[in-house]
Design a protein around this ligand. Structure first.
Ligand code: XMP
Length: 525
């Protein structure tokens, strides 16, 4: 295991990803006030604060100190305790982590004359050529810099291993003690040799590279079996990747003691409901599908305000689920599809009960249960997908793109009607089919068709039409907080537009949404 100590940098999840890509397990924690804490209660827990004693007890094979917005010389900055560097565990400091390493060990960090932000060329120094961290790394390569301070002098027994034009100490190390400091960010893909650097660090740590999905699945199933024994488990299935994989893991562990409730609110994509049901036929569990489309439509009648629509869909979902849960009666465990980025972002400790986010899966006060289980809380999204494949879930579920809890309800501007749902489902199915055929699906973060509330005049055959305009959206993003519109080939858009106006009744115009987020959002409502 490699421990990542989080000092608040933007790319910290990426650091954990890079380590895991090397099949090495890794956890991200923050450090309690940067000093050795006497508080014995602060123990290891994913995403939680951790103190020096807990770090020592964890016995990580390596420690990575991340970047962050602080300056080492600020009074309140969080600094690793000097004792950390005497544990005889390899340490890699990145950006702020590098400066903190140098500062704590007696070197000097000051404001840089020139702030560096963006791509820079670094060259490995003569001494750096023998560095294990840079084994196989090109002598000159492009890295990503983002810093206002820099290292001016090094602690004793450190050597400079790389330089850039504005940063004479772009990397340094104490090879004997296996302490490494890099001013640049090896975790971002702009740093061309970044992956090699992580791979080298993993080797320096002597990690076995045995964190693999087959082992994870087998271990988790065994652990769940042990924990749940013959307890009863309830899972709300949305058809999304996380809840599906969580459900299948549990079904392997407890079979029919698991009940999955799949509420079909009628706002799913074309054929989605049937696909979910078909996928779960192959597993040993109680699968309850509730066809609640009519109920949702009725509640949405005449409602046009986006937030109101979201609220209604969320409330109705809970109500339907509640009715089913009442019939099932008390259960021992309720399953949540929480994944590792949620854990890191929210800093949840083990004691936290239910994450509150805008998913319809963000359930419920009313279900009578004793404990939440979150079988995926250690996994990143692509690891969840890999686990799903390992468990035999079909590709159409495993590689499913994100889909909002309120479903097509927020992709239909204005009032939701059965006619509009059909239009958007059909248009979206055509769009997805063509994107898939063109091989673009894996390259896009999210893409879908939505229905504007606008009708306009067109001509078809010899007749005048007055029909709806469909809008196509495709975005590229890594975190869904910001996004840019993807530049889809005009010929592909043309095919999609032609097919939609010809095949989908009620549409005579197709628009492409080229706004980024911000100022737009990804969904239309
Ligand atoms: P926006 O529209 O806010 O979307 O830019 C960002 C990402 O979040 C998804 N999204 C939701 N997911 N419940 C969800 O589970 C919701 O209510 C919801 N609203 C938006 C959206 O699809 C995109 O991936």
């Amino acid at each position: 295991m490699i421990l990542v100590l989080d000092f608040g940098g933007q790319y910290n999840q990426l650091i954990a990803r890079r380590v895991r890509e090397n099949n090495v397990y890794c956890e991200v924690h923050t450090l309690t006030d940067g000093k050795i804490s006497a508080d014995k209660n602060v123990k290891s827990g994913l995403g939680t604060a951790i103190n020096f004693d807990a770090i020592r007890d964890l016995k990580p094979k390596g420690i990575i100190l991340t970047g962050g917005p602080q300056s080492v010389y600020d009074k309140n900055s969080s600094l690793p305790p000097a004792e950390l560097f005497s544990l005889n565990i390899p340490i890699l400091g990145i950006c702020y982590g590098a400066q903190a390493t140098v500062h704590v060990l007696g070197g000097e960090v000051k404001k840089a004359e020139v702030k560096e932000y963006g791509k820079t060329s670094v060259g490995i120094s003569e001494q750096g050529l023998g560095s294990r961290l840079f084994k196989g790394v090109e002598k000159n390569s492009v890295v990503w810099m983002s810093h206002g301070d820099r290292i001016f002098t090094l602690p004793e027994n450190f050597t400079i291993t790389a330089r850039s034009e504005n940063c004479p100490i772009a990397a340094a190390e104490n090879a004997e003690k296996k302490i490494y400091a890099v001013q640049f960010h090896p975790e971002v893909l702009h740093t061309v040799e970044g992956k090699k650097i992580f791979s080298n660090f993993v080797d320096i740590c002597g990690c076995k590279r045995d964190w693999k999905m087959d082992t994870f699945v087998a271990d988790t199933v065994a652990a769940l079996k042990n924990k749940i024994s013959d307890g009863k488990v309830l899972c709300a299935l949305s058809g999304g990747v996380d809840s599906s994989v969580a459900a299948v893991l549990l079904s392997k562990a407890v079979g029919k003691n698991l009940t999955c409730v799949f509420v079909d609110h009628g706002l799913l994509r074309k054929n989605e409901s049937a696909e979910v049901e078909a996928a779960f036929k192959n597993y040993d569990l109680n699968f309850i599908r509730i066809d609640a489309a009519e109920r949702f439509l009725q509640r949405l009648q005449g409602v046009t305000e986006p937030e109101r629509k979201r609220k209604i869909i969320g409330e109705e979902f809970i109500r339907v689920f509640e009715e089913v849960a009442k019939e099932i009666g008390a259960v021992d465990f309720l399953v949540q599809g929480t994944i590792y980025p949620d854990v890191i972002e929210s800093g949840l400790g083990k004691s936290a009960v239910i994450k509150s986010h805008h998913n319809v899966g963000g359930l419920p006060d009313f279900v009578d249960f004793k404990e939440i289980i979150e079988p995926l809380r250690l996994l990143f999204k692509d690891e969840v997908r890999a686990a799903g494949r390992e468990l035999g879930l079909p590709e159409n579920i495993v590689s499913r793109q994100p889909f909002p809890g309120p479903g097509l309800g927020i992709r239909i501007i204005g009032e939701v009607t059965a006619e509009k749902i059909k239009i958007v489902q059909d248009a979206d199915a055509i769009y997805r089919e063509e994107i898939f055929k063109a091989g673009l699906a894996p390259k896009l973060s999210q893409y879908f068709a939505a229905l504007t509330n606008m009708r306009s005049v067109g001509v078809m055959g010899d007749g005048r039409t007055y029909d709806y305009a469909v809008v196509l959206r495709a975005v590229l993003t890594s975190d869904f907080m910001t996004a840019e519109a993807a530049q889809i080939d005009w010929n592909i858009l043309n095919v999609v537009a032609n097919r939609i106006v010809n095949e989908v009744k009620g549409v005579n115009r197709v628009l492409y949404d080229c706004t980024s987020k911000p100022p737009a959002t990804i969904e239309l409502e």
